[in-house]
Ligand binder design. Structure first.
Ligand code: PXL
Length: 272
């Protein structure tokens, strides 16, 4: 028995419709051949139209889940998604320190694709001051980058001018940008002096539910395999582009459908 899985621990909320949150994370890890462990922070009731309600799990059960897995199994990477309150954010921060977790990717989930608010100012403060400095990469979209860090496409250089303010790497995702044809994601790395720009064609689809969760867990999966940050980001974007293109072919519910996490499996087994 000398084989070892590449393991990602996802710490996130549950999406009953299966396209985002912990379900998207687990599907992504499985599709990329990585073993997924999951610590659930909150449960949402939602469908393709939006979030009907959210209930945070107690801090105690979140802590118990984290302790149970980490006392026994060391993940190769960690993805952090929905954090429903500041207490849970603090528990996650203490856990990263105590277990010296590596390759931590934080997707600062502030709103769902359908516009539901997931985070309070108090939680955002803990995410910014405690969690981000403990992470390998933070993956805000443009509204999150602006709100959390005051960063936008036009002032990204302030990341490099004030590095002491940002002791972590950021992938500023451009999907909410104004350009109708292309999307530019910017990778801001502490070791560099300028952004690495990744520009790709914008895909016309409303099946975008769970895009952010899927990208961050794909990055965590590639980090878990041992790739560096830049390679992991590039590979994850390439894979997400396929999952989005393949997801665009499907109708699912009557609102925002999910990306297609299982396109490879459907192809491989020639499923109908
Ligand atoms: O995509 C953000 C997100 C994260 N986590 C959960 C969600 C969503 C969006 O709906 O439901 C649980």
């Amino acid at each position: 028995m000398d084989k070892k899985y590449n393991i990602v621990l996802t710490i996130a909320g549950s999406d009953s419709s299966g396209g985002a949150g912990i379900q998207a994370d687990i599907k992504t890890c499985c599709a990329l051949g990585v073993y997924a462990m999951s610590v659930i922070t909150a449960v949402t009731a939602q469908n393709s139209h939006g979030v009907r309600s959210v209930e945070a799990l107690s801090s105690d059960i979140v802590k118990e889940q984290l302790k149970a897995v980490l006392d026994d199994i060391t993940p190769n990477a960690v993805k952090i998604g929905m954090i429903p309150n500041a207490d849970i954010a603090e528990i996650i921060g203490e856990t990263i320190k105590e277990y010296e977790l590596k390759n931590v990717v934080i997707d600062p989930v502030l709103k769902s694709t359908s516009g539901h608010d997931f985070s309070s100012n108090e939680t955002q403060e803990v995410v910014k001051s405690l969690l981000c400095p403990l992470s390998t990469l933070v993956t805000p979209n443009l509204p999150e980058g602006e709100l959390l860090f005051g960063l936008s496409h036009s002032n990204v250089m302030s990341y490099f001018d004030e590095k002491e303010k940002y002791p972590f790497n950021i992938l500023l995702k451009g999907g909410h940008g104004n350009n109708s044809d292309t999307v530019t994601d910017m990778l801001l790395m502490n070791k560099n002096h300028e952004p690495i720009c990744i520009t790709h064609q914008k895909l016309s689809t409303s099946n975008t539910h769970g895009t952010g969760c899927t990208l961050s867990s794909a990055i965590a999966s590639f980090l878990a395999m041992g790739y560096g940050i830049e390679t992991s980001v590039n590979k994850a974007i390439e894979w997400l582009k396929c999952a989005l293109a393949k997801g665009a072919e499907y109708s699912f519910g009557s609102g925002y459908g999910p990306v297609n996490h299982i396109f490879k499996q459907i192809e491989q087994w020639k499923l109908k």
